[in-house]
Design a protein around this ligand. Structure first.
Ligand code: C2E
Ligand code: MG
Ligand code: MG
Ligand code: MG
Length: 271
């Protein structure tokens, strides 16, 4: 009886915690069963080489439907998945999906997968990633993990260790959403990233001379710390030329390609 009571208490607690914006209730179980119910999928957004205009890679993005088949926004379900720990299972599914795509498409150099700090903190994380890469039979350097700047990353000796372990295996680590958190510069100074992705905020505000100057300087700053730079959120044609003139290596955005199902990405690769 005590056990039953305990379980009920946990359930009530969960319900209150997981109230989503839409007023719906996202439960851990509903997110977890998305894998077996095939309500989870991955879409892939092209990452384009600025110089050649060719697809250089793709970012894998998670898509989830509720049991009624309605799409849920990542902004809504990712935080719940992180809070409840279900992100470990969903994240592993994404890693499999990305590695399978790489295995099937030798012409695709790199696929990146977003990982949350909850995954990174899992002591089995590196082992899990290594196992998935090995099982897919791909070169580890074709997989990149995107981690978002933030307090969990900077000043965390475990993250530094994790990055060393991943580097030893050959898996790349990128810093995502640079410039929006409070810890971006600390992250850059403490850790060595293979690539830094500059947040789309800076493209969206580059139409003024001041905004353009800021973006140019961020690209220079980031370029001095990482091997390569990506600018995210290129939505319009005129931004392509501007961003390219600032010496960025790669870009990504609706103008260059929306997140798409893998068969679409594959047919774009062929052209
Ligand atoms: P993110 O990692 O920064 O991913 C980029 C987001 O910007 C994606 O939103 C993408 O669709 C959107 N985007 C791309 N180009 C443009 C553009 O030109 N303009 C605008 N306005 N937006 C653009 P999405 O797919 O809704 O994902 C939102 C966030 O959810 C991601 O931000 C990431 O932090 C998280 N997320 C998505 N999939 C995963 C996943 O598999 N695991 C984890 N841990 N987080 C994920
Ligand atoms: Mg990302
Ligand atoms: Mg991210
Ligand atoms: Mg981003």
């Amino acid at each position: 009886a005590a056990k039953e009571e305990g379980r009920n208490r946990v359930r009530t607690f969960d319900r209150r915690m997981l109230e989503s914006d839409a007023g719906d209730t996202l439960t851990a179980e509903m997110l977890r069963s998305a894998v077996t119910d095939q309500r989870i999928s991955a879409v892939f957004q092209p990452i384009v080489d600025v110089t050649s205009g060719m697809i250089w890679g793709a970012e894998a993005l998670m898509r989830l439907k509720d049991p009624q088949g309605r799409p849920l926004s990542p902004e809504t379900f990712i935080p719940v998945a992180e809070r409840t720990g279900v992100i470990l299972e969903l994240g592993e599914w994404m890693l499999h999906e990305a590695c399978n795509l790489l295995a099937n498409e030798p012409a695709l150099p790199v696929v990146s997968v977003n990982v949350s700090s909850r995954q990174i903190e899992d002591p089995n994380f590196v082992g899990t990633v290594a196992k998935i890469v090995r099982a897919a039979g791909i070169a580890p350097s074709r997989l990149a993990l995107e981690i978002t700047e933030g307090g969990e990353i900077s000043g965390n000796p475990r993250v530094a260790l994790l990055m060393d372990e991943l580097a030893a295996i050959g898996i790349r680590v990128w810093l995502d959403d640079f410039g929006t958190g409070f810890a971006g510069l600390t992250c850059l100074s403490e850790l060595r990233f293979d690539m830094v992705k500059i947040d789309r905020f800076f493209v969206q505000s580059c139409d003024t001379p001041r905004g353009a100057k800021l973006l140019k300087n961020i690209i220079d700053l980031v370029g001095s710390c990482a091997q390569k730079t990506i600018v995210e959120g290129v939505e319009e044609a005129h931004q392509v030329e501007l961003v390219a003139s600032f010496g960025v290596d790669l870009f990504q955005g609706y103008h260059l390609g929306r997140p798409m199902p893998k068969h679409e990405l594959v047919s774009r690769l062929a052209n």
